[in-house]
Write a protein that binds this ligand. Sequence first.
Ligand code: C5P
Length: 408
Amino acid sequence: MSNSPLFSGKKIVLGVGGGIAAYKSVELMRRLVDAGAFVSPVLTEASLRFVGEVTFSALGSERARVSLWDEDDPIPHTRLAQQADLIVLAPATADLIARYAAGIADDLLTTTLIATKAPVVVVAAMHTEMWQHPSVVENIAILRGRGVIVIEPESGRLAGGDVGVGRLASAERVISAIEELFAVEGRRVLAGKRVLVTAGGTREAIDPVRFIGNRSSGKQGIAFARTALDFGAEVTLVTTVPVPEGSGVDVVQVESAQEMFEAVSKVSGKCDLVVMAAAVADFRCKEISPTKIKKGRGVPQVLLEPTPDILAHLGSVKPENQVLIGFAAETGELEAEARRKLKDKNADFIVANNVLEGDAGFAVDTNRVTLVYDDSAMALELADKKDIAKKVLSFVAEWAQKKGVWTV
Ligand code: C5P
């Protein structure tokens, strides 16, 4: 399977249990990687009796892991669990299924499983008698009850010459189940929409070496672009921070506010939704020194001038069918400031956050925001930036339909 937008950039943990079908998960992993997913293999100790760590390291997107106690990564389970878009257990043995159902967390794979909020797909494989044993039947029912997707084994030749139900489902079946999951998850609320997102902080040059910058990491903006893509939109991302190739969005790399303004102006008129998540500098140097300013010449006087306010400009030329979202990073009166910006810049939504909170705002992976729109404000709980993007975009899409801004 070649690169697919549904898989592109998705982080998948492939958990491998100790069964003879473990060799087949090498092929599954290769296909997931080919489809564009970032696959982190996690092997149980028992699986090492059937397959080698090196094989998974060589074909996966990063090295295979077995132990919770790796010296170079003190908490691998939380990293894997938090970053994963999906965990696939293939093969899931009777033992692994039981440990997962019981919440046992005594190795890297089982700790990752109970530390994650990502969906989990269990691809079961074992001998027929084991598959039919009441304990396995009950454990499978428990997992299904918790929303785990179980792909049942297929019928055919088993280890030791037996024939019956128990064979690991084919890679095609597993991949199409994952595809369906990703598609449904995305809910496609932005299908057919053109979305423009800006991300990162602009850099305003002082001389060829120095610049005026800010602390924005671009993480929230990139999460918006990714989510819009997952929701079915055609996405242009104008960004000051680099984004890996093949992410599925159309990336325009810029540096200064002026460059961002020009890149945004080229596409904004055709867009149904603009998300101005970038931290655009308010001031730039009136004159940029063409050569490095020398220390020996004394303290330089740097004269500043305003940059173009991109959001305000977009607000002034906003087409009827466009939704415009601005951001407000504040340190004080959050809602009042956001409401003022909503009005002044003719935006439809302001996503406001208090950048003085340690777990929200710049550089961290989580955010706590308040959505200010019409005469309302809605505070969202602390969540990772991807979840914030999902909630905001779902809400905005529904709002735009109800208001009649989007008619289709
Ligand atoms: O006025 P303030 O800079 O706080 O407004 C923040 C919002 O305005 C953000 O959405 C930011 O992307 C946008 N902005 C802009 N151009 C500027 C400054 C801010 O588009 N020059």
